[in-house]
Ligand binder design. Structure first.
Ligand code: PHB
Length: 396
């Protein structure tokens, strides 16, 4: 399993000193270690969720390139570990990062089960844990040391349910990936849409790793709803859209509505015309119209050959949270760093965000978007904004 370390320079000079065997450099090396804080990032860099790892890894590199490797008067070293999306591996890596590397914080977590597997380690070791990707509402309740810079499925699901009810959609079938965030998406869409007078004809689920949507798409066709509401985790949208078109559902008059995970910027460029007009709710679009986002997208695209998606923004903002926290805690970890990260308010490429001091979850604008072609490329174009949405899962 590969480990990546940023910045490389500190390590390079340290190993050069060791190779040279120059005693004169040894005290400097010790000093460098005492003045170094390590952040342990665990991501799926391989396996079915590798696109999440690739996006967040690129965003972290961009953050460090733009902001340097100093925070709270210390040198920051980011250690990136690949869990391949396997929860037992995530837990073991979290343990090793805390015990062996003595990291001041854990970060990353590409899927809900991976975040949940690591939560007890954060609690036992009092290590702050920044969830940059996973989005099941209850994750932040799994440890008082967890903070989140991604989003929650209830934030997106209630927003699209309200939009659907106001836009002549009366009968809906829901289709979600069958695990934590899918359960949240289904439940919160269902409750809000029914509260608005809508009818949910069927609730369909697909296996998390399943790429064959034919059986459920046939059921959708037979039910003939006004719209199909979909949540699938980042990385599955393109395969789903292809099969949606192959089965002719786009031509059958069944409108597609979704959380923005399905029309993910990472894959949207390759989805083709079938995605045009899909209305969805989410917290980030690469086309978000603000100077902060333009700067972020331009720099990201200059450094990478792909567009940033919402995972990248979760990673970038997570680094900001950690750097600002370390500046306040003067490089200390544990409870001091946790306290310094609670209540942070800042302008993200996605818009204004707050890390709620009570829930440690993110409060942010949710946008209603429509997929449109702009300068030959597909984008989620925002046309309505729900301001400062708290996780509906925390309101009960
Ligand atoms: C999750 O597992 O929490 C998750 C993963 C990908 C998404 C949303 C949620 O797009």
């Amino acid at each position: 399993m590969k480990t990546y370390r940023y910045p490389q320079t500190l390590l390079a000079s340290a190993s050069a000193a060791l190779v040279a065997g120059t005693l004169a450099l040894a005290p400097g090396l010790v000093l460098a270690q005492a003045n170094t804080v390590k952040i342990g990032v665990i991501l799926p860099m391989t396996g079915p969720s590798a696109s999440t790892g690739r996006q967040i890894d690129a965003a972290i590199k961009l953050w460090v390139a733009q902001n340097g490797n100093k925070a709270g008067g210390k040198t920051v070293e980011v250690i990136i570990k690949d869990d391949a999306g396997v929860a037992d591996t995530t837990r073991r890596l979290a343990q090793e990062l805390v015990v062996n590397d003595k990291v001041v914080a854990l970060a990353g977590f590409g899927l809900t089960p991976l975040a949940l597997a690591s939560a007890p380690i954060a609690t036992q070791s009092k290590t702050p844990m920044v969830v940059m990707a996973a989005a099941t509402s209850a994750i932040t309740e799994a440890s008082p040391y967890i903070l989140r810079t991604s989003f929650t499925l209830p934030q997106a699901a209630v927003s699209i349910a309200d939009w659907a009810a106001k836009n002549k959609i009366k009968r809906v079938v829901t289709l979600v990936a069958d695990y934590g965030p899918g359960n949240d998406a289904e439940k919160y869409f269902y409750e809000r849409f029914r509260l608005n007078g809508g009818q949910v004809l069927d609730k369909l689920r697909t296996p998390l790793r399943g790429a064959d949507f034919a059986p459920v798409l046939q059921k959708v066709r037979d039910a003939a709803p006004d719209a199909l509401f979909v949540f699938l985790p980042s990385g599955q949208g393109a395969a789903f859209m292809k099969q949606y078109a192959e089965r002719g559902l786009d031509k059958a008059g069944i409108k597609l509505i979704a959380t923005g995970d399905v029309t993910d910027d990472d894959q949207l460029g390759d989805m083709g015309d079938v995605a045009l007009g899909v209305v969805n709710a989410h917290h980030y679009s690469a086309a978000h119209d603000s100077p902060a986002n333009k700067k972020f997208v331009d720099a990201f695209q200059a450094a990478n050959k792909f567009r940033p998606n919402f995972m990248a923004v979760g990673g970038y903002d997570g680094m900001r949270l950690l750097y600002t926290g370390l500046n306040t805690s003067k490089g200390a970890g544990g409870d001091a760093l946790l306290a310094a990260m609670k209540g942070q308010l800042f302008e993200s490429p996605r818009g204004p965000v707050l890390i709620d001091a009570q829930t440690r979850d993110i409060v942010q604008d949710i946008y209603i978007r429509k997929v449109e072609r702009v300068n030959g490329q597909l984008y989620n174009i925002e046309f309505d904004t729900l301001k400062q949405v708290k996780d509906p899962g925390k309101l009960k």
